[in-house]
Each structure stands twice: as structure tokens, then as C-alpha cells.
Write a protein that binds this ligand. Sequence first.
Ligand code: 5AD
Ligand code: SF4
Length: 478
Amino acid sequence: MIKNKPSLKEAQKRSASLINNIEDALYIPEAIVNFGNNKKYMVITYGCQANERDTENICGIIELLGYQKSEDENECDLILFNTCAIRENAEQKVFGKIGSLKKLKQTKPELIIGLCGCMAQEESTINKILSSYQHLDLVFGTHNINKLPSLILEALQAKEMVVDVLSIEGEVIENLPSIRANKNKAWVNIMYGCDKFCTYCIVPYTRGRQRSRLFDNILNEVNELVKDGYQEITLLGQNVNAYGKDLSTPSSFALLLEAVAQSGIPRLRFMTSHPWDFSDEMIAIIARYDNIMPFIHLPVQAGDNDILKIMNRLYKIEDYKLLFDKLKTCKKDDLGISMSTDIIVGFPNETEEQFQKTLALVDYCQFDNAFTFVYSPRNGTPAAAFDDNVSLDVKKERLARLNNKVNDCFLKQNQRFLNKNVKVLIDGYSKKNKDYMSGYSEHNKLVNLKAAESLIGKIVSVKITGVKSFSLEGELVE
Ligand code: 5AD
Ligand code: SF4
């Protein structure tokens, strides 16, 4: 039953109307109340923090119906894939995993398998699913998570796959239930969607128009988290600097950041910032508040001005460097701010000389961390229609050269912490070695140390005794 299919053409529309703020959007049909009692579910999440946060809402809704979370897909009655469309390899992983569930579905026909998130918003994904993944029961998008109870009911009743994906600018939906994945660190959405339309990026189409949550609704959520003892909040948006510009009473990220910093939350982070809208007011607030962590993710994407222009990134590399330098030294912190970035190599027709400028930028910035990608054409984006004279082999070889360089930077940057005392919020046992605990420092460095289990969720002082490219080792300071 195809209720709504996505349309990239509809998804790229932007109007000037005010965004609807909906406080009460969850509806649970009588027939599905308690339906999940004695049933198990699992949500498999791919992609960015926006998806992680959506999964917390999806879990909140599913558990309201009575389902209980499980780690074992064989015992599940409901399995959802919350997916990412940013690059092709993210999508291939999802298709592989969905394919592997075909057998389970054959032996357990009452199992509901669903797909949601950014892939669901793509016409090409829906066509592929309809032709090759008929064992799926339900597909819904990023705009109608609040309809999940009705959609599960329809999937149970229908004899065929239910597809309900809206290609709309979107609304701001408040008050969805939520099961937070972490008791000490919380994601807080401050805005949804993106209007930047970088030419390579699918997000403005899958997530809709930029729309900010109301200032007071964000602060209420933050205050609840502080009351509940949370140690860290990360404010989330595709481009947090643009916060508030679309509200009927325009606001700004600087105002919001200051208000959240004053809430008493011990640690405050935010992501992602676009170099374009980063105001001096924001820098002043970051400098002023000790609980705003000395770590900023500032995607540069490329080091060459012509490539940046074709990417529609709106800034020149000289502007990026100026902003980078201002941020790096804006706090009274001997260790400087930690700076991370995203870089794409192999954008259509990128020359060796242009790629060299990306390497030169890395030499200049000496990033603390960098997420590096080979450009992946996304159906419906402007860049996907560009001719491209760079082979995949050349792109991969550029990525390898870039990775060598950024890895050297990470090690060099981490060395500045050797023999220094840093504050670490302990997350739990290290994933790699259960004899160790791990957590993140204020500068967002992963720190491994020996510590008692009772310190999970606490911020402790740690002396750094060892340094690697991707982590630090330390000892508790009594
Ligand atoms: N190909 C490769 N990388 C991409 N990103 C976004 N779109 C693409 C694409 N089509 C990267 C950008 C962005 C990060 C989240 O993913 O670097 O900042
Ligand atoms: Fe994509 Fe650019 Fe928006 Fe980031 S700012 S989500 S890269 S369009």
C-alpha cells in the first residue's frame, strides 16, 4: 500500500511561510495500545547524531506501545532501520543488512521489518525496495515519526508493504516521547533541516527546510536535563549558527548558547557549525563560558577556492583560516581549542593542484580530528549531474594521502596533552579493553584509564601518561 512516495523535486522547494510548531502530534489508535506487551524490538541506527536523536524518539514511541528493547534480532517482533543517505557506502551497508533478514522474515512472517530515516526520503531507494526488498513491511520518512503507532497498525493489517514518505518542508514537532541512549550525555535538537544546498549534499532534500525550535522549548528541555543530573549536552543542528533566523521573533545561536551555558549544565557542546554564519558574538560567548567545551567541529570540505565555489560553500579559504585562527585561541586555555573538520576529496574534476591546496590547508590548520571522504554522487543533487574526469582510483589514492597527513596531525596535537591534567567524563568500560574505563576530555579526546565502576558518569581529573593518534592514556589524579 503506497500512501505517499518521496519526490526529490518536491523536497527541494522552499517557501517563505512561517514554520508550524506542533506541540501534540502523537496519536495512538486504540487497536495498538499495549499491542507490544511481551514483544521485543530493535532499532538499528546509521549516520549522524540527528539520526541517533530520532532513534531515541522512535524508541520512546515504540516502548509506549509496550515493546521491550532487545539485542537479539532473532527474538524481535519489530526491527527498524533508521538510515543515512549521505554517501553510497552508507546505503550499501543498509541494503546488505536488510537482505540478510530475508530468511528470518520467512521463518517468522509476523515479524515487522521497517525502514526509516534519510534513505526512505529518496525516490531511488523506494524504487529499489519495491523491486528487490519485498520482505520489508513498512517504510516511513523523517517527517512522520509521530505517525509510527498508526503505521505499525497499518503494516500489521495490510497484506503488502506500507510506504508513507512525505516530501515536505517539514514542521517542528515537540513533545515526542524519548528513551535517551545515555544517562549522562544528552543530544538536544535546536533545529531541523538545512537550507544551505551544498551541491554535493542530499540533506536539504531528505531533512527538509531549516526550521528552528522555539527558544523556550529548548531551554525547558535543557533545564529538565540539568535537573535529572545530566553532565553534558550537545546542541544539534545541520548548521547551528543559523539558529533562530527563521523564527517569527528572530533569535540567534549566540543568545541561545549563552542561555544554555547559564543553565548550570557542567559541559556544553554543539554541532555542526558552518564557517559561513559563525558570528563574532558566538566566539565571544564561547570564550566567556568555561562550561562551553574547548572543541569545535568546523567542516571545511576542500582547500581550493574554485572547488569551494562549485560546492556552494559560500566562503573562501582565506575566510576559513581567519575564523579558524580566531577560534583556536579564543579561550583562556593554554591548550587551545580542539578543532575538527570534514573534508571531501575527488569532487568532480578536482585537479592534483586543487587537491594539493587541501593538503596545504591541513598543514596550516593541524586539525585535532578530521572526517575524510571520497566524494559520492547523490541522486538529485546538482553535483551528481556534473561530468567528472577523475577516476575512482585517483580519488582513493588522494584519500590515502590525505589520511596519512591528518593522522600525523592528530598525533602531534595529542602530544600537547602529555603530562598534563585533563578533566574526563567517564562513559564506561573501554570498548577495546575491559580492564580500562574510557571517557572524553573537555577537548573531546578519548581517554583510557583505570578507574572504579562507581566513577561512570562522573567528571574526574586525569594525568595523561600516553599518547596515540586516536586516543590518550592516563591515570586518575587523587
Ligand atoms: N560525498 C562525500 N561526502 C559527503 N558529505 C556530505 N555529502 C557527501 C557526499 N555526497 C560529507 C561532508 C559533510 C559530512 C557530514 O559528510 O563532508 O560535512
Ligand atoms: Fe549538507 Fe551543506 Fe547543509 Fe551541511 S550545510 S547538511 S553539507 S547542505
